[in-house]
Design a protein around this ligand. Structure first.
Ligand code: C2E
Ligand code: MG
Ligand code: MG
Ligand code: MG
Length: 285
C-alpha cells in the first residue's frame, strides 16, 4: 500500500508528460505545415509622428490562422518556433511579405520588421535581406529591422558586423523593447542603433506611475543626447500621449491609435481612402 501511492503519482505524471509532449509534437507539425501551406498573415500597426499624429511607418506583426484553433498570437508560437529553428523560415517569410507589401504603397512609409536572434546569427542573413530588397524593389531606406537585446548579446561581434553591413545598405535598425533586457544601456553604446523603442511596460500609464515616468523620461533624455530618435510603444490613452508629447518623444505606437490593421484595413489607410488613419484603426479587430 505504502509503495503504490507514489506509483500512482508517477503514472499520472507520465500521462501528463505524454499529453504535453503529444501536444507539443502536434504543434510543431502544425507550425511546419503553416509555413509550407501559408497559414501565417501579417497585421500592420501604425507608427505615428508625434508632430502630426499621421503615420510615418507600419510595424509588421505576425499572426497564425490555425485551421482548427483559430487565430494564434505570436507570443503563443514564436517561442516554439525559436526552439525548433522554424523561426528562420518564418522570419524570412515575414521579411519577404512585408517588403513586397510596402513596395506597393504609393507613399514612402517605412516598414518595420521584427528579427529574431536566430535569424541574426545566420551567416546568410545579410544576403537574404539584400535578395529580398532586390526582388521586391523596396527602397532600403524604407526598411527598419527591429532587434531585441537577446539578439545581440550572445554574439556581439557578429551582431556588430551584421548591423554594419545592413546599415551600409541603407537599412535602419531599431532596438526593440528597450529597458527590458539586462544591459540596455551598454547595448545602446555598443551598437549603432537608428531608433530606440521604449517598451510598452514603461510607457503604459507612465503619466500616473512615478517609476515608469522616470524610466521613460531618462530614455528620452538619453535618446536626445545620443541623437537617436525614440519611439514609445504601448500608448493606450490620451494621458499616455500627452505625457510623451510634453517629454518630446518623436514617435508613438499603440492601441490608442487602434489595434494592428488587417491587410484589408491597411489598404484603406495606405491608399488614402480614409482621411484619418484612426477611422479605420478604431474598427480593427
Ligand atoms: P513587439 O515587437 O514589441 O510588438 C509590439 C506588440 O505590442 C504587439 O503584440 C502589439 O500588438 C502590442 N501592442 C501594440 N500597442 C499596444 C498597446 O497600446 N498596448 C498593449 N498592451 N500592447 C500593444 P503582438 O502582435 O502580439 O506581438 C508580440 C511580440 O511577438 C512582438 O513584440 C514581437 O516580439 C513578436 N513578434 C511579432 N511578430 C513577429 C515576427 O514577425 N517575427 C518575430 N521574430 N517576432 C514577432
Ligand atoms: Mg517590434
Ligand atoms: Mg517591442
Ligand atoms: Mg516584444
Amino acid at each position: 500500500h505504502a509503495k503504490s501511492q507514489p506509483d500512482i503519482y508517477l503514472a499520472m505524471f507520465d500521462e501528463a508528460m505524454a499529453k504535453a509532449s503529444h501536444a507539443r509534437i502536434a504543434m510543431i507539425a502544425d507550425l511546419r505545415t503553416a509555413l509550407e501551406v501559408g497559414h501565417f498573415e501579417l497585421n500592420y500597426q501604425i507608427q505615428n509622428a508625434m508632430s502630426t499624429l499621421e503615420p510615418e511607418g507600419f510595424e509588421a506583426l505576425i499572426r497564425w490562422r490555425h485551421p482548427e484553433k483559430g487565430l494564434i498570437a505570436p507570443d503563443d508560437f514564436i517561442p516554439l518556433a525559436e526552439e525548433t529553428g522554424l523561426i528562420r523560415g518564418i522570419g524570412l517569410w515575414v521579411l519577404n511579405t512585408a517588403c513586397e507589401e510596402a513596395a506597393k504603397w504609393t507613399k514612402p512609409y517605412s516598414i518595420a520588421v521584427n528579427v529574431a536572434p536566430q535569424q541574426l546569427v545566420q551567416p546568410s542573413f545579410v544576403d537574404q535581406v539584400a535578395m529580398t530588397l532586390d526582388k521586391t524593389g523596396l527602397d532600403p531606406a524604407r526598411l527598419e529591422l527591429e532587434i531585441t537585446e537577446a539578439g545581440m548579446i550572445n554574439d556581439p561581434e557578429n551582431t556588430l558586423r551584421v548591423m554594419t553591413e545592413l546599415k551600409a545598405m541603407g537599412i535602419r535598425i531599431a532596438m526593440d523593447d528597450f529597458g527590458t533586457g539586462y544591459s540596455s544601456l551598454a547595448s545602446l553604446q555598443a551598437f549603432p542603433f537608428d531608433k530606440i523603442k521604449i517598451d510598452r511596460s514603461f510607457v503604459n500609464a507612465a503619466h500616473s506611475d512615478e517609476q515608469r515616468a522616470a524610466i521613460v523620461r531618462s530614455t528620452l533624455l538619453l535618446g536626445h543626447a545620443l541623437k537617436i530618435p525614440v519611439l514609445a510603444e504601448g500608448v493606450e490613452d490620451e494621458s499616455d500621449l500627452e505625457f510623451l508629447r510634453a517629454e518630446n518623444c518623436a514617435s508613438v505606437q499603440g492601441f490608442y491609435f487602434g489595434l494592428p490593421l488587417s491587410h484589408e484595413q491597411l489598404q484603406q489607410v495606405v491608399s488614402g481612402e480614409v482621411l484619418h488613419s484612426t477611422d479605420v484603426a478604431s474598427k480593427a479587430s
